[in-house]
Design a protein around this ligand. Structure first.
Ligand code: NAP
Ligand code: MG
Length: 405
């Protein structure tokens, strides 16, 4: 490769390093698959738990702000501290999930897409193309208030307006004990969600489906439907027509039936809870969480690419003991390729876009030629499967990549 001129970049990528096994993989990907070919330009933020603790989590906030400034970030999986981690890392505080902090600053929508590869067959034989789930990441039951109600109680919704006037709505007269829940959403957040979905659909030239239960929830879910429709008509209808794609609204139960019968190849926008449930269904039905990309798209056009899985703690402890590991790096490789491609598009660097395409192609080709990590080897229907270790897999991808470049 001595005659290979390294591809240069213009704007730095915001690089968010992380924890455990994925941190090990992160460095290997840079050393084996990126640095030999790119004059890699990044602004580095260490979101590893030690450094988050050391900086009072300021590093997470800084990395999100840098993402707004530069427009594209790539993030390694990170530990969300719980009480076990408090002890393990002697933390000063139980820091919030970095993903939640970043999402709150970028106000984004999360898009998750399965990576399809020959030999890993979806549980639904009709699915030929990936189905992307777009999950609204604000409000509803995730920010709700709920309580148990005793017999004889009357529960009401009370809205106190700015001028002090009140409006009351009866929830239920309880003859016997029961439960109630109050939840909310904000028009502005739903509008951001809608724009992120429409922009993403234009980006990947795929149809957008959106579904709620507006026939039953005539005010709440209906507001989602109305906001999507208004923004579509005012800002996107023409662009969709120009790109030969469509926006389509239906009831959530109808959507589920259509998704199962479909052959894939579209984006399915879901309210917060629907997206939480459906993304696990989609990931599992397509094969595995280790083969799922995830990108946070902000309404102002910032992108943050990551893997959908966690830090693979169990493998990391094997690695620390010096035992061989076979951890799947595909989703993390695709986080890098996604970020590099987006940077290439924004900076008009066709060579960088080409490299991102080839890196993905090399990864899939390596697996389709039979070389893969243990998780995939256990599922693959290919005849000659060779299970390899974590680093061995990346070295094999590099051999394929050399033939493509
Ligand atoms: P996980 O890291 O996703 O791993 C759960 C299990 O799934 C693993 O033990 C492994 O199964 C399998 N797996 C996941 N990714 C794999 C890969 N790339 N290759 C092979 N197998 C893979 O979830 P976790 O162990 O529950 O969580 C670990 C840490 O990750 C937690 O501290 C959590 O806070 C954090 N987390 C971070 C993110 C994020 O940053 N986006 C997301 C989720 C969780 P086997 O052990 O059976 O091989
Ligand atoms: Mg979930």
């Amino acid at each position: 490769m001595s005659d290979f001129t390294k591809i240069s970049m213009k704007t730095p990528l915001v690089e968010m390093d992380g924890d455990e096994m994925t941190r090990i993989i992160w460095k290997m990907i840079k050393d084996i698959l990126l640095s030999p070919y790119l004059e890699l330009k990044t602004e580095y933020y260490d979101l590893g738990l030690e450094n988050r603790d050391l900086t009072n989590d300021q590093v997470t906030v800084d990395s999100a702000q840098a993402t707004r400034k530069y427009g594209v970030a790539v993030k390694c999986a990170t530990i969300t501290p719980n009480s076990a981690r408090m002890e393990e890392y002697h933390l000063r505080e139980m820091w919030k999930s970095p993903n939640a902090t970043i999402r709150a600053i970028l106000d984004g929508t999360v898009f998750r897409t399965p990576i399809l590869v020959k030999g890993i067959v979806p549980f639904l034989p009709t699915w030929k193309k990936p189905i992307t789930i777009a999950r609204h990441a604000y409000g509803d039951i995730y920010k709700s208030t709920e309580t148990a109600v005793p017999a004889g109680a009357k529960a009401e919704l009370l809205v106190t307006k700015k001028d002090g006037s009140e409006e009351k709505f009866l929830i239920h007269d309880f003859e016997t004990p029961g439960i109630i829940q109050g939840m909310h959403n904000i028009d502005k957040s739903i509008e951001s969600f809608a724009r992120s979905c429409f922009n993403f659909a234009l980006d990947c030239k795929q149809d957008l489906w959106f579904a709620t239960k507006d026939t039953i929830s005539k005010k709440y879910d209906h507001r989602f439907k109305d906001i999507f429709q208004k923004i579509y008509e005012e800002e996107y209808e023409e662009k969709f027509a120009d790109n030969d794609i469509e926006y389509f609204y239906t009831l959530i139960d109808d959507a589920v039936a259509r998704v199962i019968r479909s052959e894939g190849g579209y984006i399915w926008a879901c309210k917060n809870y629907d997206g939480d449930v459906m993304s696990d269904m989609i990931a599992t039905a397509f094969g595995s969480l280790a083969m799922m990309t995830s990108v946070l798209v902000a309404p102002d056009g910032a992108y943050e690419y990551e893997a959908a899985h966690g830090t693979v703690q169990r493998h990391y402890y094997k690695h620390l003991k010096g035992e061989p590991t076979s951890t799947n790096s595909v989703a993390t490789i695709f986080a890098w390729s996604g970020a590099l491609r987006k940077r290439g598009e924004l900076d008009e660097l066709p060579e960088l876009i080409g490299f991102a395409d080839k890196l993905e192609q090399a990864t899939l080709q390596t697996i389709e030629n039979g070389t893969m990590t243990g998780d995939l080897a256990a599922m693959s229907t290919l005849p000659n499967v060779k299970k390899v270790g974590t680093e061995e897999f990346l070295l094999a991808v590099n051999e394929t990549l050399k033939t493509l470049l």
